[in-house]
Design a protein around this ligand. Structure first.
Ligand SMILES: *[C@@H]1O[C@H](CO)[C@@H](O)[C@H](O)[C@H]1NC(C)=O
Ligand SMILES: *[C@@H]1O[C@H](CO)[C@@H](O)[C@H](O)[C@H]1NC(C)=O
Ligand SMILES: *[C@@H]1O[C@H](CO)[C@@H](O)[C@H](O)[C@H]1NC(C)=O
Length: 346
């Protein structure tokens, strides 16, 4: 009888412990790509291990963390992380992710895609990076993939991450709302073709803060369907500046509004504050502010070009209105620091 009582007592001690453990397990589980078969040797294709680890993290409940550990290099040929997720996922990206060379690439439009995931956090903790091995693509013609696409992601937060040498644009943000990028460093040579830093389209409430962008094309391009875009504390250069547009190229009714660029520095860039529209298009660019801008030897510091890509002259213009330039200081590389080349009807 005494023995039986002791057994019950012990059992009642153990049970609560087991429950607590299980709770911890389901509220913030760790999913390390190494446990899903990633090699991290920089050579073997770890794409499937990444996808499997992400899918587990995504299906969990509560919070989950996908770990891409520091000190390792992961070669991935093409990856899509697709929601919707049960869990609120955090990606701790402290390792290096590298693309294969063009000859071995499986990427078409994008190398790394994250889609339909809400509330995602990606933190590189100042050490993580993605490298697109762009030099194997830049010299050849034809379509080149972008490095990273966020499609239909709300409440996304990306920080402390390096993205280098994309074959084409580095970060594309499409149909996302309430998204913040901070302390992101983008680096590609001035001569690399079409390597935009950030390309934003059909998105609302996007913030890019305290970041450094060196590229061969626009540092940031704000395309049609985007509004409430704030860029602060960004250093751009080399590159083609922070641009609204080009608008009116393919679509009619290309609309961009409420873009605020503040406390940004342009270093040796081809353009600074640029708005570009293609003749024959329709829509608008309005409520655009460039404020507290430092220029270092910039070619076209302030430029509105409504004759962008004007191959065949066409009637009609995207209307450009309520544009403010305030607090510009620094040096111009051109005699002409301000160029307002407005369209006939704009
Ligand atoms: C973002 O907001 C727009 C406008 O409210 C909405 O149409 C769109 O579906 C939202 N995007 C997502 C991914 O929910
Ligand atoms: C964006 O910038 C504008 C103008 O500086 C400011 O009023 C607004 O609060 C900012 N929005 C966000 C989300 O930071
Ligand atoms: C301006 O941006 C720089 C980064 O380029 C940052 O260090 C500084 O704190 C910012 N100042 C203000 C007033 O936002």
């Amino acid at each position: 009888m005494q023995g039986f009582l002791t057994f019950i007592l012990i059992l009642s001690f153990i049970l609560p412990c087991l429950c607590t453990r299980l709770n911890v397990g389901t509220t913030n589980a760790i999913y390390n790509v190494m446990q899903y078969g990633a090699h991290g040797d920089g050579k073997t294709d770890d794409s499937q291990a990444f996808i499997n680890a992400f899918n587990s993290a995504c299906k969990a409940t509560g919070m989950s963390t996908l770990v891409i550990p520091a000190g390792k290099t992961f070669m991935v040929s093409k990856v899509i992380f697709s929601g919707r997720c049960n869990a609120k996922v955090r990606i701790q990206l402290e390792g290096q992710i590298v693309a294969p060379s063009k000859a071995n690439s499986k990427a078409q439009s994008y190398w790394f895609t994250i889609e339909y995931v809400n509330g995602l956090t990606i933190d590189g903790n100042g050490q993580g990076g993605l490298d697109g091995d762009g030099s194997t693509w830049w010299e050849s013609g034809g379509e080149r993939p972008g490095a990273l696409l966020f499609h239909s992601c709300n409440d996304l937060s990306v920080s402390n991450l390096r993205i280098t040498n994309s074959p084409s644009s580095h970060v594309s943000i499409n149909m996302c709302n309430r998204t913040t990028f901070s302390h992101v460093s983008i680096n590609s040579p001035a001569t690399s073709p079409n390597t935009d830093g950030f390309d934003i389209s059909f998105s609302t409430d996007i913030r890019i803060e305290n970041s450094n962008i060196k590229s061969g094309d626009d540092c940031i391009a704000v395309n049609g369907g985007s509004n409430f875009i704030n860029v602060t504390g960004v250093t751009c250069g080399p590159g083609h500046g922070i641009s609204v547009g080009s608008l009116g190229k393919k679509r009619t009714n290309d609309q961009v509004s409420d873009v605020h660029v503040r406390n940004c520095t342009f270093k040796e860039t081809q353009n600074g504050a640029r708005i570009k529209t293609v003749p024959g298009g329709s829509g608008y660019a309005r409520h655009i502010t460039y404020d507290q801008i430092i220029l270092v030897n910039v070619k076209n510091s302030i430029i509105i070009d409504q004759y962008y890509n004007d191959i065949i002259p066409q009637a009609g213009d995207v209307s450009v209105s309520d544009v403010t330039y305030r607090g510009f200081t620094g040096t111009s590389a051109n005699d002409l620091a301000i160029q307002l080349n407005c369209g006939s009807s704009g």
